[in-house]
Design a binder for this molecule. Structure first.
Ligand code: ADP
Ligand code: ZN
Ligand code: ZN
Length: 730
């Protein structure tokens, strides 16, 4: 009798065995359709057993195994190293394997038969027929295409797409004038675009190249503009030349369209696939398949691309490794950065974690010698200098509309000189609150412990947490007062204020409301780059990795909220955001200046920032963390519960507390259940229980013992829970 062991996407910490007479070892890693209760489900075969497992105590005998419905053999099975990765992730995050598989595997792979999993980016060459046809061709464009290929030799389809329309390329293929090649032509993958590396880059590259083919974690700490990306690309080039693949993780690819273009332009002879959540499911599965078969040589993606199977991996790069978006915040929580390090060890290849402001976890690893620290202190571009950072003390200046007189003066100077300014404010909308001065009503969201934000342009109040919206009331809904007022500043209001102060200026606002689509976003970035705006107001999304050579002034309007936050990671995030924001200024010939408005100019964070002293800031903050026994000096897990009412959520946690294992609690601290900081979200009330340990091993031993008990706790209606291992937000 043959049995297959199947991981099903269910919130149950177990696998399911089914009978499959024709199954063999080669089916491990294949999708399978099975009966489940009254329905059917698709799962993944993770093991194949030749005889049933021994009967456990209390089980009815003999167990009757249901037969599988069908095994999907239209696609290759997922490789063993991929299964090992997903298995590790499931164990580490204490998630059911089937749910982890559902996260890791593109939905189209699970659902359907393989349709056309043909290489999407073949090499195209001019065929003899094409050669002959050129002379007689009257259609100019087609002729230009064929002539180009005659001159350059074979080219990648994607690369041709940059210069020729899709229809034309299709026509040239259907006529047989361009033919796909079976094998890649011999060619060194270097483009003429690469600048000569500078001394610091040369030193770093030598270290990296010396470790190709071996596992090693590198932390590349380089200030913004020091040429980290150049280093990744150079190193990637070496790896590609060895016939190996590169996995390149970036935080949010949608925000940096130029980056993808930069990579593609640099490697015209290589097949680059881009994987992120905005990619259509069919294309995602195509990319997944091409990476697995080795057709794709460079895999560029956001956190989910850590689950891409590679045929011949040679290097992993995690750019902006400190970025919180590497952490999955919903469903099964995982850190793509941490999994990437595991993956590199499994593959025995080097990994480069790069950042101007590394996470304190990684910095700490580097100082303990777990990671090899590489540093670049100078900007690569010969003329670029670091911006000067000044603080504007808001206790000394009045700021009726969020903009201090000093900042307004600085903006005016830039405008007169024809230079660009960027203003950062992390609050979109017109004002964060609409309030009633007479009774204290403050536009509460009916479903969240949060305020609805005033969006004046389209006349709505909107909750940024749950999306609920309502028309703007004309009188206070609570007391009827007709003098209700916007309170505080959002990007729309700042835009309005600027327009009043500088009627002659071209002002652009960039946030999620003004740039809905990737296309719009790219157009805005282009406009800035081409100098079509004098002042740009935007949220944090503007700060991520863009080069704005004409910007000479950066203003930060709201630095303070993070300084005294109850979240111990808030200062770390603020520091890195401010460093990044500052990095936008003075990247070319013009020196930049950063002005930060604050009520706490004496805060030590600013002193480090003004000196561009990440190391100083990190040392200071790590010392505080060590004294408070916060991560990375302790290891945490958070049990989070959601319920219709907070009492129910708390009651669940009390019951979960009751089944804590008694043994080995010495290295461990279990805190009392508490409501979450933002207790109500989208109509659900939330509570949490924090577990903290001095060692990772003790934490995981504890969770292993405890979780079966938590699964067994009877849940009242509407209660759901999840575990967050190494949580980022408490
Ligand atoms: P980072 O990723 O560290 O912010 P980049 O690699 O994007 O830095 O480089 C910043 C700027 O400096 C880019 O405009 C890049 O083209 C330029 N640059 C990088 N390396 C060199 C070099 N060796 N010579 C000249 N310019 C360089
Ligand atoms: Zn009122
Ligand atoms: Zn809400």
């Amino acid at each position: 009798m043959s049995l297959v062991r199947v991981a099903l996407p269910l919130p149950l910490p177990r696998l399911f065995d089914y009978e499959a007479l024709d199954a063999c070892e080669g089916d491990v890693g294949r999708c399978v359709r099975v009966p489940f209760g009254n329905t059917e489900k698709t799962g993944l075969i993770v093991d194949c057993l030749s005889e049933p497992p021994p009967i456990q105590e209390g089980e009815k005998t003999p167990f009757e195994y249901k037969p599988v419905l069908s095994i999907d053999r239209s696609k290759p099975p997922l490789p063993a190293d991929w299964l090992a990765l997903v298995g590790f992730a499931a164990r580490y995050y204490h998630a059911p394997l089937g749910q982890m598989v559902a996260v890791a595997l593109p939905s189209v792979w699970r659902e359907g038969e393989a349709t056309a999993l043909l290489p999407s980016n073949p090499w195209l060459a001019l065929s003899p027929e094409g050669e002959e046809a050129i002379g007689d061709l009257r259609k100019k464009a087609l002729r230009a295409l064929l002539e180009t290929l005659r001159e350059t030799g074979p080219q990648r389809l994607e690369h041709l797409r940059a210069s020729f329309p899709q229809a034309l390329l299709r026509e040239a293929q259907t006529t047989g004038w361009l033919k796909p090649l079976e094998n890649a032509p011999e060619r060194s993958s270097l483009s003429a675009l690469a600048p000569e590396p500078v001394a610091e880059q040369i030193a770093v590259l030598a270290q990296l190249r010396a470790h190709l083919g071996k596992f090693r974690s590198f932390l590349l700490h380089g200030i913004t503009g020091s040429g980290k990306t150049e280093v990744y690309l150079r190193c990637a080039q070496t790896v590609l030349a060895q016939g190996r693949q590169v996995l390149f993780l970036v935080p949010e690819i949608g925000l940096t369209p130029q980056f993808e273009a930069r990579v593609r332009a640099r490697f015209p002879d290589n097949h680059v696939v881009c994987l992120h959540s905005k990619i259509a499911p069919k294309r995602r599965v195509q990319g997944f398949f091409e990476a697995m078969s080795g057709h794709a040589e460079l895999i560029l993606g956001t956190r989910l691309s850590i689950f891409t199977p590679l045929k011949a991996p040679g290097l992993i790069v995690v750019d902006e490794e400190h970025d919180p978006s590497y952490r999955q915040h919903e469903g099964i929580r995982y850190s793509a950065r941490d999994l990437a390090v595991w993956r590199a060890r499994q593959w025995q290849i080097p990994i480069v974690l790069g950042s101007a402001t590394p996470s304190l976890e990684s910095w700490n690893h580097a100082h303990k010698g777990h990671y090899h620290l590489l540093q670049m202190h100078r900007r690569a571009h010969a003329k670029a200098v670091l911006p000067r950072i000044h603080l504007i003390d808001l206790t000394q200046q009045k700021v009726p509309e969020g903009l201090s007189p000093s900042l307004l003066r600085a903006l005016e100077h830039r405008l007169l000189r024809g230079e660009q300014s960027l203003l950062f404010l992390n609050r979109r909308g017109y004002a964060p609150v609409l309030s009633c001065p007479s009774c204290g009503w403050a536009s509460p969201c009916p479903h969240c412990s949060a305020h609805q934000v005033l969006h004046r342009a389209d006349g709505r109040l909107r909750c940024h947490h749950c999306g609920t919206q309502a028309p703007i009331p004309r009188v206070c809904p609570s007391c009827g007062n007709s003098d209700i007022l916007p309170w505080g500043q959002g990007t729309q209001r700042v835009e309005e204020t600027l327009a009043r102060h500088f009627p002659q200026a071209r002002i652009l606002r960039l946030d999620r409301d003004s740039a809905h689509t990737q296309g719009q976003w790219a157009r805005f970035l282009d406009m800035i780059a081409q100098g079509q705006a004098d002042m740009v107001v935007g949220t944090q999304m503007l700060a991520k990795g863009h080069d704005f050579p004409k910007v000479t002034l950066v203003g930060v309007l709201d630095a303070d909220s993070a300084l005294f936050s109850s979240d111990f990671r808030a200062p770390e995030r603020l520091f890195s955001q401010l460093m990044q924001v500052g990095g936008r200024a003075g990247r070319a010939e013009h020196p930049g200046e950063v002005l930060i408005q604050t009520r706490h100019p004496a805060h030590p964070l600013f002193a480090c920032l003004q000196k561009h002293d990440y190391a100083g800031f990190a040392a200071l903050t790590l010392k505080e963390r060590e004294m408070a026994l916060f991560p990375p000096f302790s290891f945490q897990a958070l049990l989070c519960v959601q319920a219709p009412a907070i009492e129910t959520a708390m009651a669940f946690l009390e019951k979960a507390m009751a089944c804590l294992p008694h043994a080995q609690v010495t290295a461990l601290r279990v805190y009392d259940p508490v409501p979450m900081r933002m207790m109500r979200l989208a109509g659900r009330e939330r509570a949490q229980l924090l577990i903290e340990s001095d060692t990772r091993a003790a934490l995981h031993r504890f969770l292993l013992e405890w979780l079966p008990g938590v699964y067994a706790v009877r849940r009242d209606t509407g209660v759901s829970w999840h575990l967050d291992v190494d949580p980022l937000d408490l």
